[in-house]
Design a protein around this ligand. Structure first.
Ligand code: HEM
Length: 483
């Protein structure tokens, strides 16, 4: 939200210039006049910088945006320091408003860029995207940033708000489980819900820019509940699924789960069980390179008794249950990974345009433009491949997906996460020291840089997925083919 400027008085630049000493200190930032007289001694960047002759009583716009994110000025405690607007001038900088599409080049996928079109997205997709953007900005983003900071799990109010929209159910993809549900307040009919709707939900939620939270936001459900839906008995499904969709129970989010979907070694192989939290089940928090809000845990099962009806699929046939889960799960991860990369492109484009070195923006340097070129190419390639695969998923049965595109999904995931890591490295180079600080200018770059290696591990390490892709292709190699 920007500060309302209309009621504020207009002040001439000459008048501002008179307030240039300790105890009487004004500055101009983006045509807005700030009285820093009392704040100066509390300023985290120190008093001396504010008393510099080029700052005190002067226009400090450029230097301010070299050192602070715009959001600093939006914090109520700081916004309050504004005492007026420069006579005859209008502020230029505008924060992205709730629900708004970014105007920064490549900050949005092509289909959301004015003047571009796409064969994949219909009216219901567009309506869902708009609603999801608003929902994420208003309800999820503030909670994500706060929880990432304090490491607590997602607030129940957010889980409830998601449940009200039936978002948890939609995150399991199209299918019978959506029948009769009112999706996103009725914006999408259950029978028309497809993988592009789900892609939109996954990508919009990822805009929270908080990787641990993104997993803690019922990421465990996306992985742990499908085996119950696809292989559980009717009785088990009726008992478990509605509770999880309603946000009352948690599955496979370690520290705070009520149920765990577990592959157990049995005499004849693997058997998948749904284990409720109870006697003999213990979870201990594991600290990782991302926040504890994800719920990552070390779990022990000690002589736990599990009812026979909690077997998912057949005894000793657990590998099939686990493998059948992988395609969707990996595809979800691709959606998130691509969207996170895009956030980094946006951050870098903004920074490289506003950061001035020897009087010129970073974008004046060919080496920086080359890094941006690589980043843009990677994210566009990944999104376009993702959309192609999503289209195939919409036109294949679940079984066909396994035989025809499991390999491609594996390759896409490897591509998304390896390019994500290259982009993280480029971004840190562009931001310099600010790319490794947890607060201020480069905080999202730092966060991405330390959390992106995890994307390259979950759902299968890159080498394994690459190998899967090539092995599946090898099986389709015609015997008749010769050079
Ligand atoms: C309304 C005016 C200002 C406010 C509310 C403000 C607030 C802050 C805050 C909250 C920080 C901590 C870092 C962050 O959260 O981004 C900071 C750091 C800093 N500020 Fe300011 N500031 C203002 C104006 C200025 C100006 C005009 C300068 C001019 C040189 C300046 C120089 C610095 C420096 C050098 C740092 C340390 C940066 C770093 O650690 O990377 N500030 N300021």
């Amino acid at each position: 939200m920007s500060t309302p400027t209309k009621q504020l008085k207009t002040i001439s630049r000459e008048e501002v210039a008179k307030h240039n000493k300790p105890g009487d200190l004004w500055v101009i930032i983006d045509a807005k006049v700030y009285d820093l007289s009392r704040f100066a001694s509390l300023h985290p960047g120190g008093l001396a910088v504010l008393l510099d002759e080029n700052v005190a009583g002067q226009d400090a716009t450029d230097v301010f945006y070299q050192l602070h994110r715009h959001e600093v000025l939006l914090k109520p405690g700081y916004a309050r320091l504004q005492v007026g607007v420069v006579e005859g001038e209008e502020p230029e900088v505008k924060a992205q408003q709730v629900g708004e599409i970014s105007k920064v080049p490549y900050a949005e996928p092509t289909w959301l860029t004015p003047g571009f079109s796409s064969p994949y997205y219909k009216e219901s997709h567009k309506a869902l995207q708009k609603a999801m953007r608003k929902f994420t900005d208003e309800i999820v983003f503030p909670d994500a940033q706060a929880r990432e900071e304090d490491g607590k799990r997602i607030s129940q109010s957010v889980v409830n708000a998601m449940a009200e929209m039936n978002m948890h159910a939609m995150r399991l993809g199209p299918g019978k489980h959506l029948k009769g549900l009112k999706l996103m307040g009725g914006l999408v009919k259950p029978e028309e819900f497809d993988y592009f709707h789900e892609l939109i939900i996954n990508q919009e939620l990822m805009r929270v820019k908080a990787r641990g939270y993104a997993d803690g936001m019922l990421g465990g459900m996306v992985i742990g509940l499908p085996p119950v839906l696809n292989f559980g008995s009717e009785k088990l499904k009726q008992e478990i699924v509605p509770q999880v969709f309603a946000g009352k129970k948690w599955i496979t989010n370690g520290t705070f789960s009520d149920y765990f979907t577990v592959g157990c070694r049995t005499d004849g192989g693997l058997t998948v069980l749904l284990i409720p939290r109870g006697e003999g089940v213990e979870t201990t928090q594991i600290k990782t390179s991302y926040s504890t809000t994800a719920g990552t845990a070390y779990i022990t099962f000690d002589n736990v008794k599990v009812p026979v009806e909690n077997v998912l699929g057949r005894e000793d046939d657990g590998l099939r249950v686990i493998l059948s889960n992988f395609n969707h799960e990996r595809w979800v991860m691709c959606c998130g990974s691509v969207r996170s990369q895009r956030t980094i492109v946006e951050e870098c484009f903004k920074w490289a345009s506003q950061r001035k070195v020897f009087g010129k923006p970073l974008t004046a340097q060919a080496v920086i433009r080359a890094k941006l070129a690589n980043m843009i190419s990677r994210v566009e390639a990944a999104q376009n491949w993702l959309e192609n695969i999503t289209h195939q998923m919409n036109n294949m049965s679940y079984k066909e997906q396994s035989s025809k595109i499991a390999g491609q999904i594996g390759l896409l995931k490897k591509f998304c996460t390896s390019t994500g890591q290259e982009t993280a490295q480029d971004a840190v180079q562009i931001f310099g020291g600010r790319g490794i600080t947890k607060t201020g200018m480069g905080r999202f770059i730092q966060h991405y840089y330390v959390t992106v290696p995890f994307d390259a591990l979950l759902g299968g390490a890159e080498d394994v997925l690459g190998d899967l892709g090539v092995r599946q292709a090898m099986r389709q190699m015609p015997k008749s083919a010769r050079l």
